[in-house]
Every structure is written in structure tokens, then in C-alpha cells.
Design a protein around this ligand. Structure first.
Ligand code: CO
Length: 502
């Protein structure tokens, strides 16, 4: 791995190798515990704490592949940093479905993204029992480690051993079958975890409606606010953004085709249809349900958003930065997701939207045209004005391509830095870890999992968030690969005894 600044590869010289990229989507069925000893560079002595990271670990059963990686069973990686040393552990979340399918050695549940039960069409008809795979995010809050998947309840894990403790109902706030989204945000001013739950596709007297419930949890993990809101139409909302006063949602212009789903032909995710002629609706919900303010909905151009970088209030307006696609990135029917033709997919690009609530106006501006995903920022700036965005980015300057680089955008100076793992490396989400004595917004580290397609192994890479151009400070080589993951989070707590006392 080496550092380059804004390389410009030509089309004939792709910076990635599709066959090697595909290898990173193999299951990792082994569970490991070991101290990481193969390290290039040095782990900073001040870097103390635990990175938890979630993602699909099991992508096949008995050599039958999931239809989409989002259907893979959740596996947690725990990387503990202490005294310049690092320790790795991974465990599958022992969900009801994981245990049952492992015992049966075949798919017993339908996956949202189209993985069907073994047995074909007939065994999938009218089976609405979706699989809670807990594979999207993992967060330590209020003394509990929670593995999250947006369509069901969290699973609680032991933060030390990663043993699965069971379904978590947040002190009876959630009922069996309730959802709890996989994108909680920590409000650094109020010290609260804010999250939402989406219940789409109910009918009331006005037609099809969606219920969005806002949850706020204090430092002890107590639910201190829970308020439901009904919005018209179907909604497929993965992430949101907060400011001190608002929760902001992008209701992507999509419809839902119920019939192929009911008849077992497709997964729910495959029945989501992008409607390019419809606008994107921006739903702004006051965080204080007693503020007297009503829910507002503004409209902007059609597009599809999975992730937001941040939002903040300034001069009576709300700014929100989001990764937008020209359309919903679908896996075409009868194609294995590993055979994705990147050239046929719209790239995700970073946009800023300015919401003028008073004049009900939305202005939008393209910030970064390079294909990017998984934005992150210093957690102290969540919901606040901010300067730096860090994002996984393609190596190519245009079009869609695998993420191979980490891009740092400086919104004050308009400059950017790029660290790249190309041509052999493929990156996941960067997680920002603030320096304990930091004074500047970019004082800290980025920790990113990188799959190396030549070595067929993964590494945990530590970058200096203040200066990506100096290259990796430390590359911690794992002894095996970890399939491409989704989201992770950091806590300053060290849970493993033998490291905490060394
Ligand atoms: Co996400």
C-alpha cells in the first residue's frame, strides 16, 4: 500500500482487479482470537480502546450463495488497542435464524435482498417471516453492546467475549417484531443516542403510509424520548441525520411491488422500484415533540440516498451532506452480485442540500464527483457545523468502481487528501477516533479494514486523520480475510483483561 495524491488512471489500466475484488466476498466461517503480531509501522501509544465492526460473515450455506451480501449473517470483529498492541476477535451473532440454518445446513428463511429458502418458489410463497441477521452496525452505549439490523430488534452481545446475550428490548420500549434502525447517531452536546424505526407499507384511511418513530437514549441507555410520526407513501430509509433540534430523513422516490414478494419470487429489497419521475422528499421532524413545531416535508430532485455525512443548523437553515445515486443500485435479476458490472451502476457522489424551512426551498450542490460511500466525521461535530469529511472512495475519478481509497475533504480550504490501497486493496468504512488530547477537528486517527486481493487477507489500517498523505501509520495484518463489512464504531473502553492489565 502506498500513498498517492489524485492519481489519474487511464481506462485501459483499471486500478482494480475484478477477480481479486470478488474474493473478498467469500464467507469467513472461522472464529478467531489472537494478538496481532504482523504489524508494519507502529500503533500510537495514545490509541486505546475498542473498534467494533459488523458485516455479513456468512455468504453461503453448503456452497449455495446468498443472493445479495446484505443477506449474509452478521459477524462482529472486535479490534482492541492498548499500549501499542492490538488484539483481534470475531464472532457470529447467534441469531435464531443463524442457529437454525447452521443446524439444518440450508437456508430456512427468506432474505430481504432476495436470498430464497432452499426448495424454490413453492417453499417461499406467502412466507413473510424475514430473517433478522443483525449484520449492519454494532455500537456500545449505556453499558450494552448492540448489533443492529434495520428491520428488527437489536441483538445484545457481551462486549468482552462477543457472546450473544439475546434480543434487546431497551427496557420494554420495543415489542417483539419492532424495528430499530442500524444508524444510531450520538448527539455530542446532549450526550444522547438518537435512532429511528421505520414501519413501511401500512394502510390507513389516506392510503399507504409509513411510520417513523424517533428514539433518544441517555448515557445510561434509558429511553428518554420515543415519538411516532406518520408520513404518506412507502419509504425505504436506511440512515438519517440530526441537528440539535431536528431529525432529517430522505424519503427516496421508490415504490414497492408487493406481488412478486408475496408470491415468493423475489426478496423485499428486490421489489423496491426506483421512480425517477418523482422527487425525493426531505422529512424534517422536530426532536422535541412538545416544541409546537410540525413535521415539514420539502422536495428536491429525484435520487437515491443510503448515507448522510452530517447536518447542522446555521442562519435559520439546515445544511445536510449526503451520498446521492442517480438511481437505486439494483442487482439485475439472475446475476450473482459478485459479477457486478461497475460500469452499469451510477456512482454515489457527495452533495450538500440547504433546507430553507421558512421559504420551503431546497438548494443542492455537488461537492465531490468521485464515486464514494461510507462518509464519517469527528464524532464531536455530529449535528454541528464542521470542516472535514472522510469517505471511502473509488480510485478512478469518474464512474462507479470498488472503494480503494480514503478521501479527506476540507470544506474550508476546498482542498482534499487521498490515501489509497490500490491496486490490490479494497477499503471499507473509515471510523474516526479522536485523539485524547486533540484540539483540532482533524486531531485523531482513521481506522479502516482493507482487504488485500493479492494476499487474500485483510488488514486493519491506522491513518493520521490530520495528514493522510503521510501514508498508513500502522498496518495490522490479520492472518485471514474478513468479508467486506458495513459499519463500525469506536469506544475508548478496553474490555479484554489481559490487555487492560498489561
Ligand atoms: Co449504512
Amino acid at each position: 500500500m502506498q500513498t498517492q495524491i489524485n492519481p489519474a488512471p487511464t481506462n485501459s489500466e483499471l486500478p482494480y482487479n475484478l477477480a481479486q475484488w470478488k474474493q473478498g466476498y467469500r464467507s469467513q466461517k472461522q472464529e478467531y482470537d489472537y494478538q496481532i503480531t504482523e504489524i508494519d509501522g507502529e500503533i500510537p501509544a495514545e490509541l486505546t480502546g475498542t473498534l467494533f465492526r459488523n458485516g455479513p460473515g456468512l455468504l453461503d450455506i453448503n456452497d449455495i450463495s446468498v443472493r445479495h451480501p446484505f443477506d449474509g449473517d452478521g459477524m462482529i470483529c472486535q479490534i482492541t488497542f492498548h499500549n501499542g498492541k492490538a488484539y483481534f476477535r470475531n464472532r457470529f451473532i447467534q441469531t435464531k435464524a443463524y442457529l437454525a440454518e447452521r443446524a439444518a445446513n440450508k437456508f430456512l428463511y427468506r432474505g430481504v435482498f432476495g436470498t430464497q429458502k432452499t426448495g424454490g418458489w413453492l417453499s417461499n410463497v406467502l412466507d413473510l417471516n424475514l430473517k433478522n441477521i443483525a449484520n449492519t452496525q454494532v455500537i456500545y452505549w449505556g453499558g450494552k453492546l448492540l448489533a443492529l439490523w434495520e428491520a428488527a430488534e437489536p441483538y445484545r452481545l457481551d462486549p468482552k467475549t462477543l457472546a450473544t446475550l439475546g434480543i434487546e428490548y431497551l427496557n420494554n420500549t420495543l415489542k417483539p417484531g419492532d424495528a430499530f434502525a442500524a444508524h444510531p447517531l450520538i448527539d455530542p452536546i446532549q450526550n444522547r443516542m438518537v435512532n429511528f424505526a421505520l414501519k413501511a407499507g401500512k394502510f390507513d384511511r389516506t392510503g399507504l403510509v409509513t411510520t417513523l418513530t424517533i428514539y433518544e437514549l441517555d448515557l445510561d441507555g434509558e429511553v428518554v424520548a420515543a415519538h411516532p410520526h406518520t408520513i404518506p407513501g412507502f419509504a425505504f430509509i436506511h440512515d438519517f441525520a440530526i441537528t440539535p433540534n431536528y431529525c432529517i430523513f430522505f424519503q427516496n422516490p421508490v415504490g414497492f411491488n408487493l406481488f412478486p414478494f408475496l408470491f415468493g419470487l423475489k426478496g423485499a429489497g428486490e421489489c423496491v422500484k426506483f421512480q425517477p419521475e418523482q422527487p425525493t422528499k426531505i422529512v424534517i421532524i422536530p426532536r422535541d415533540p412538545h416544541s409546537g413545531e410540525v413535521v415539514q416535508t420539502l422536495e428536491t430532485k429525484s435520487g437515491f440516498v443510503f448515507h448522510h455525512a452530517n447536518a447542522f443548523e446555521r442562519d435559520g437553515k439546515i445544511s445536510i451532506d449526503s451520498i446521492c445515486y442517480g438511481s437505486f443500485p439494483e442487482v439485475p435479476p439472475d446475476i450473482d452480485f459478485r459479477d457486478t458490472d461497475f460500469n452499469t451502476l451510477a456512482p454515489g457522489q457527495l452533495w450538500r442540500f440547504e433546507l430553507d424551512l421558512k421559504n420551503r426551498r431546497v438548494d443542492s450542490q455537488l461537492i465531490e464527483p468521485r464515486c464514494c460511500e461510507f462518509p464519517t466525521i469527528n464524532p464531536a461535530n455530529v449535528g454541528q457545523p464542521y470542516r472535514y469529511t472522510y469517505i471511502g472512495a473509488a480510485q478512478t475519478l469518474d464512474g462507479n468502481a470498488p472503494l480503494q481509497s480514503i478521501l479527506k475533504l476540507d470544506r474550508d480550504s476546498g482542498t482534499q487528501q487521498l490515501w489509497t490501497a490500490a491496486p490490490q486493496g479494497y477499503v471499507g468504512e473509515p471510523v474516526f477516533v479522536p485523539h485524547p488530547q486533540g484540539t483540532q477537528e482533524d486531531d485523531g486517527w482513521l481506522i479502516v479494514m482493507v482487504y488485500n486481493g493479492v494476499r487474500d487477507r485483510s488488514a486493519v489500517v491506522v491513518l493520521d486523520a490530520a495528514d493522510l498523505t503521510k501514508g498508513a501509520i500502522a498496518t495490522l495484518h490479520l492472518t485471514h480475510h474478513i468479508p467486506y463489512g458495513l459499519h463500525g464504531s469506536w469506544t475508548d473502553t478496553v474490555f479484554i483483561d489481559d490487555l487492560a492489565h498489561s
